[in-house]
Design a binder for this molecule. Sequence first.
Ligand SMILES: [Zn+2]
Length: 346
Amino acid sequence: MSLVPMRQILDEAAKGGYGVGAFNVNNMEQIQAIMQAAHDTASPVIIQASRGALKYSKMIYLKKLMEAAAEEFPHIPVAMHLDHGNSIATLKEAIDLGFTSVMMDGSLAEDGKTPNTYEQNVAITKQAVELAHPLGVTVEGELGCLGGIEDGHGAGLSDEEVASHLTDPAQAEDFVAKTGLDALAVAIGTSHGAYKSGRKDPKTGEILPPALAMERIHEIHKRMPNCHMVMHGSSSVPKELVDLINQYGGKMPGTFGIPISEIQDGIKHGVRKINVDTDSRLAITGAIRKVFVEHPEKFDPRDYLKPAREAAYHVYVDRMKAFGQAGHAGDYKQMTLEDMKKVYGR
Ligand SMILES: [Zn+2]
C-alpha cells in the first residue's frame, strides 16, 4: 500500500474524535519502532522528517525506508510529512520525493529565525497550498511562533518574543480562510526540545512546567469546528526517561514536558496532530547509555540499537494509546494522492 495523504488521517481523526501522533524520524530504527507500535495498537500514524533529518539521512534513504514501512504494513494508514518547510523550493523537493504532506512554516522567514509579518505568512502559505493541492498533497501552516530548538528553527526567539507571538484566534480564522490550508499549527506556549522554559510558582518558588494557553485552542475550535489543529513541541519529557539517562552518566539538567492531560484537552477541542520528537530521543539515548555502562565490553551496534529501538517502541505505544489513535487503523479505506487530487478539485 502506498502512503496516504495526511489530510485523510486528519479528517478521520476528527470524525473519530481522536488525535494522531506525528513522530519525527532520522533513521531506520525509529521508523521500525513506530511501525511496529502502529501495527500492535492498530493505529493510523504520521511520520515526519525535518529538514535536518533529510540532510542527515540524505533524503533518498529516508524515502526508501518510508516506502519499506508502507510495504511491510499495508493495513496501517501512514502519511509522510515534511516538518517545518522553510521555502517553496524545500516543499517542492519533498513532494518530488513522495511526501504526502508538507508544512510551510511561514511564521518565520526562510532563515528560520526572523518572524515574518502576518501578510508574508499568508502569502507564502497560500503559495504552498497552490503548489501542493493540485498534486493531492496536504499542507500544514503555522500562525504564531514557537520557541526552543528544532534543527535551529525558532532558536533565536527569546521567551518574551515567544509569549508575544501566541496564536490569535480571530487572526487564525482569517488565516485559514485566506490560505485554504489543511492543518493549522498553533502557538500556545509550547516550545521545541527537552528544555522548555518553566515558570516560577509565585507561592513556593518551585519551577513548574510552562503554562499553556489552552483557551486559545478552545476559542479557535469554537470559531472553526472543522479546522484541524496541530500542537508542536508536545513531547511529555517523562522524568523516568531523563532519570535513566542521568543514572547512566548523562548530564541533563531540569527538563519539562507537556502533560498528556493538556494534550488530551486539546484533542477534545480540535487538535488532530501532535508532534513528538524529544521523547523518542530520550528513550533511545537512555537505552544506549545503559548498555554502554552495564556492558562496556560490547561493540556490536546491534547490541545497543536493538534495546534503543525497543525503548522508542514503548514511547510510541504509550502515545498512540493516550492520543486515542489506537484501534482506528482499520476504520477507513486508504486514499492515494490521486484520490485526494479529486477531492481538492471539487
Ligand atoms: Zn515544530
